[in-house]
Design a protein around this ligand. Structure first.
Ligand code: ZN
Length: 212
């Protein structure tokens, strides 16, 4: 594989990339990454969490599984996944200034599986931006407004799902050492990543593009 591009995306920031059909995109890090994708030639055709889950009849995806678009076409296929401690998430949306405010006010919920509470309690603890703002900024030059950014594929975000109630619990399970997910583009794609702030615990990530 020939490395074409390698970029560090600082914590709580976002960046967009073009990945041509057949190229391999690597997302590497130890922190949650909110990942979205679009058909480069029809930006209204975007990633769809529901079709991705329905077509593969599961809520956790890994090597061999596909990210599916709103028009039910494969955008990308996961060809390598070195995250073994946990799973990636297809249930949650993404954090944002508004979501942090809603949680702080008690108007929206966020619970943790391990008894920790990372939710900001005081107004001054609320981050002034999160993944929605990061992805909005990254996709601004493509004229994609926040309303048109799909719910993401949350890489390295392990959720605990109660099989009876469906309750979703955040966990702090992350890669112990740097892990990566490699995705092969099944069409020319515009993708965008956000290095999630994780309520102040976020880290930088690295994104690389390879010619196969
Ligand atoms: Zn986030």
């Amino acid at each position: 594989m020939t490395l074409l591009q390698s970029e560090v995306v600082p914590k709580n920031s976002g960046k967009a990339f073009i990945v041509k059909k057949g190229q391999r995109l690597r997302v590497a890090g130890r922190t949650v990454v909110d990942f979205v994708a679009f058909n480069l030639h029809n930006l209204r055709e975007r990633f769809d969490q529901a079709r991705t889950k329905t077509n593969q009849v599961k809520i956790f995806i890994s090597t061999g599984d596909q990210l599916v678009s709103k028009l039910n076409n494969p955008l990308l296929t996961i060809v390598e996944d070195t995250f073994k401690e946990g799973k990636h998430d297809l249930q949650k949306g993404m954090c944002s200034k508004k979501r942090f405010e809603l949680v702080a006010k008690g108007a929206a919920k966020r619970v943790f599986a391990e008894g920790v509470d990372m939710n900001p309690q005081k107004p001054e603890d609320i981050p002034d931006h999160g993944c929605l703002e990061n992805l909005t900024e990254a996709l601004k030059s493509w004229d994609i407004p926040p309303e048109d950014i799909p719910s993401p594929f949350n890489i390295f975000q392990t959720m605990r799902i109660d099989p009876e109630t469906g309750a979703m619990f955040d966990t702090m399970i992350r890669p112990k050492d740097e892990a990566h997910v490699d995705l092969r583009a099944e069409m020319d794609c515009l993708v965008a990543v956000s290095a999630c702030p994780q309520s102040g615990r976020g880290e930088a990530i690295r994104v690389e593009i390879f010619e196969a």
